[in-house]
Design a protein around this ligand. Structure first.
Ligand code: AMP
Ligand code: MG
Length: 411
């Protein structure tokens, strides 16, 4: 058996970043910047008011109270015609450019206006309630580094700074195929001996969540001829091909048979649990992931090998999910020869992550995975951990957990 990290190293060494291209902001979420981005202009682009109030010369408001003549009104989106000179003020709205001559804004709450005279109760200091030009980002400064995966917030920042078509790496296309005489598609009644193909919808959704394009190759039975034909089609049209099933030691494990005769594929026996059997290599020049068949093994292999590889192809700098240190609520027994991934429910209790098994841990028991939010990662050389022990938790889901009642009643 190969250690986890050795297989990860081989997989990551054989994938490459996809081409760069400029994409409109509206299509860029989840993609990764190919180059460092410098600010084309200041943000904010001009000094402006942080408050509704009066643009003044701070010196005129000291000592308080003081009275000034209002010479103009300026709303957001408009520019003052006049200059603020000693003894005058310009009424200003949040976001309007600071008029020439002014060096501070007095909040409307601290004033009262009668006709063109405004009485200012509180003295202002220079710069008060003014957002300086470039106060968020200065022109020319580094905004985001290459390798940054774009969240909605990044898209907001890029737009504010005038980058409307960021240069990113192309989105990979992944073709997904399920294998096995026993698996039938969703919607088909179950004949004796058959099960529904739960791997494909799960994988397609995981890929969709990652922001890659998918091609659904459906299901192929344990028949070498059909399998080869469909793998060839997948390899010709996609950047990456995934199969599930058919890589273990059984007589009908066709994926194993086909890829080893046609492609440059290795079958790994990885020292992890679940997901020991895993095939990886290239099929007709296209990266190929032969994921295991058991539904939980599929996800563990996806998380540890395929997802990081896809993120690397997308150009991301960070490839692996966040781990936190947690405390076990119960004893767990594990295989000392393997890195064991346990499906856990982790909760933050008094600033400590506390984790308990989410249910049955066999590789076919998908239910516990759906209830879990993390994998406890128990390293090789450990036969188990007692309740109260520290364990690394790899967080794969951060869902909403607080109900309307909890939040509203706490307030
Ligand atoms: P295999 O490696 O093909 O022998 O598959 C291992 C186990 O995973 C068997 O119990 C299969 O029935 C099951 N399995 C394989 N493919 C799927 C699938 N697409 N959906 C659900 N279970 C599957
Ligand atoms: Mg099979």
């Amino acid at each position: 058996m190969k250690p986890l990290v050795e297989v990860q190293r081989s997989v990551l060494a054989s994938v490459w970043r996809l081409e760069k291209l400029a994409v409109p902001i509206a299509r860029a979420r989840g993609l990764v910047l190919a180059d460092d981005v410098a600010a084309p202009h200041d943000v904010p682009p001009f000094a402006n008011s942080a408050m509704d109030g009066y643009a003044v010369q701070a010196g005129d408001t000291q000592p308080a109270p003081s009275e000034l003549t209002v010479i103009e009104d300026v709303a957001a989106g408009h520019v003052a015609d006049r200059e603020v000179v000693t003894g005058t003020a310009i009424k200003i709205m949040t976001g309007a450019p600071l008029p020439p001559g002014a060096d501070a804004v007095v909040r409307v709450e601290d004033t009262s206006q009668h006709g063109d005279r405004v009485r200012i109760e509180e003295g202002a200091v220079v710069g008060e309630s003014v957002r300086a030009a470039g106060g968020d980002l200065a022109a020319g400064s580094l905004v985001f580094e290459a390798g940054t995966r774009l969240t909605p917030h990044h898209l907001g920042v890029l737009t504010s700074v005038g980058v409307f078509d960021p240069v990113v790496h192309r989105r990979p296309t992944v073709a997904v195929l399920s294998t096995g005489d026993e698996v039938v598609p969703a919607g088909t009644p179950l004949a004796p001996g058959k099960i529904h193909d739960s791997n494909r919808p799960q994988l397609l959704a995981l890929l969709d969540e990652l922001g890659v394009d998918v091609i659904d190759l459906g299901i192929v039975g344990d028949d070498a001829h059909s399998l080869r034909a469909i793998l060839e089609r997948g390899a010709a049209t996609a950047d990456v091909v995934f199969t599930s099933g058919g890589v273990s030691m059984g007589e009908y494990d066709m994926v194993k048979a086909i890829v080893s005769e046609t492609g440059d594929v290795e079958i790994w026996r990885v020292a992890i649990k679940p997901a020991k059997p895993f095939a990886f290599g290239s099929f007709n020049g296209t990266p190929f992931f032969g994921l295991p068949g058991n539904p939980v093994s599929v996800v563990v292999a996806f998380e540890q090998f395929a997802r990081p590889a896809l993120l690397k192809m997308m150009g991301a700098r960070a490839l692996f999910r966040t781990r936190v240190s947690g405390v076990l609520e119960t004893d767990v027994r594990t295989d000392p020869e393997k890195t064991v991934f346990l499906r856990m429910i982790a909760d933050l209790v008094d600033n400590t992550w506390v984790a308990r098994p989410a249910g049955g841990q066999a590789s076919n028991q998908l239910t516990a995975l759906a209830r879990a939010n993390s994998f406890a990662v128990v390293p090789v050389g450990t036969a188990g951990l007692d309740a109260g022990s520290r364990v690394d938790l790899e967080m794969f889901r951060w869902p909403e957990t607080r109900t309307e009642e909890e939040v509203l009643n706490a307030g």
